[in-house]
Design a binder for this molecule. Sequence first.
Ligand SMILES: Cc1cc2nc3c(=O)[nH]c(=O)nc-3n(C[C@H](O)[C@H](O)[C@H](O)COP(=O)(O)OP(=O)(O)OC[C@H]3O[C@@H](n4cnc5c(N)ncnc54)[C@H](O)[C@@H]3O)c2cc1C
Length: 305
Amino acid sequence: MDENRYDLMVAGMGPAGITAAIFAQRLGLKTVVFGDVPGGSVYMIEALTNFPGLTGEVSGTQFGTLAFAQAQQEGASFPMARLERLGAEKDGFRGIDVNGSRYRAPAAIAATGRTPKPLPGITTDLRGVHFCSVCDGPLYRDKNAVLAVVGGTNAAAQHALTIARVAQKVLMICRLPSLPMDAAHRSQVEARENIVIMENTTVTGLKGTDQVEAVLVSDAQNAAAEVPVDGVFLAVGWQPNTQFLDLEVDRNAEGYLLTDGRLMTSFPGLFAAGDVRDTDLYQVLTACADGARAATHVMEFLNRR
Ligand SMILES: Cc1cc2nc3c(=O)[nH]c(=O)nc-3n(C[C@H](O)[C@H](O)[C@H](O)COP(=O)(O)OP(=O)(O)OC[C@H]3O[C@@H](n4cnc5c(N)ncnc54)[C@H](O)[C@@H]3O)c2cc1C
């Protein structure tokens, strides 16, 4: 049976995982990184923003490819396969990838990101459908745009407040009779004159051939309507990618991994970095910083053993 021993297993080839690999290798840790897309979620970003020095001229694909090449140069191993399971054994972890190859290491980093929850039964692969207001809101600056936010949670409120700065009008569409956000968010949303709250309204579809043109909705009385929009931000939730963990690890109410100040989870030797962990900003910059810090703390952890 194929058994590979490393100092560190990293699950996820996004900014967090690749940065962790670069730092770990430079710290002398023999590192294997699991995943199938160099750059992870950044691969689908047309122009990477919110990263110092990059002003929109670098695509996520270019960024991911360069970071991947850098980690390879540092000597990290990339089986180009996702990690199927990560479990514990005496003195460390055992991993099995989707090809059935087995790996062992005394430390591991979960850097597997998160996946947007879909709108049940509705296709969302049109241009103008977004999941990240901080990233994509600026696309609508100076365009007199009418934008919709689907959802009514605190996260949805934050999307609405972010894009209300650039849009002519923001429609907050929520299927519940009252937005399920806290009072502080509600009062901020209500204070913005260009945010229109549409409660009791269910999104039944999106209209458009290539670019989204309208949101199809129905109200509590099942009356259907077509609301023209220039863009839609979906805020019906995200789910952290933790299905591969065969370990008891503390999580927050939404399933994100809880970490201590050194980015270690409640399971000794398992660290978490980037969007998969309970954090307050989901961006490339913060994911990279997490990866660098997690690798450094892995080294300290291994030195203490
Ligand atoms: C449309 C969009 C646009 C964005 N634009 C920007 C932007 O302009 N600027 C910015 O700073 N941020 C942007 N973001 C946010 C940014 O992409 C994320 O914050 C960042 O990629 C998080 O990095 P990560 O490494 O934690 O996770 P990810 O980049 O999500 O990488 C994790 C990878 O691990 C994979 N994975 C899951 N399970 C496993 C497993 N078991 N084994 C191996 N791999 C696994 C996932 O599929 C994924 O490919 C954008 C996000 C989206 C969705």
